[in-house]
Design a protein around this ligand. Structure first.
Ligand code: ZN
Length: 57
């Protein structure tokens, strides 16, 4: 009984790992450009507003 459960669990984990690997590979193709300061995704080639727009006061 337990052996079967463990085997099924391992198989499930392997399947999930494969799916996640494929998803990660797809995401790797398009590098998400994030700001090193705030960590937000930058839209376009312009600089992040967190670095340019300074709050007065
Ligand atoms: Zn930023």
């Amino acid at each position: 009984m337990l052996v079967k459960v463990v085997l099924l669990f391992l198989l499930g984990m392997a399947a999930l790992a494969m799916v996640f690997k494929q998803l990660g590979g797809r995401k790797r193709l398009s590098k998400p450009v994030t700001c090193p300061r705030c960590g937000r995704h930058r839209i376009g080639n312009g600089p992040c507003p967190c670095g340019t727009a300074r709050n007065k006061g």
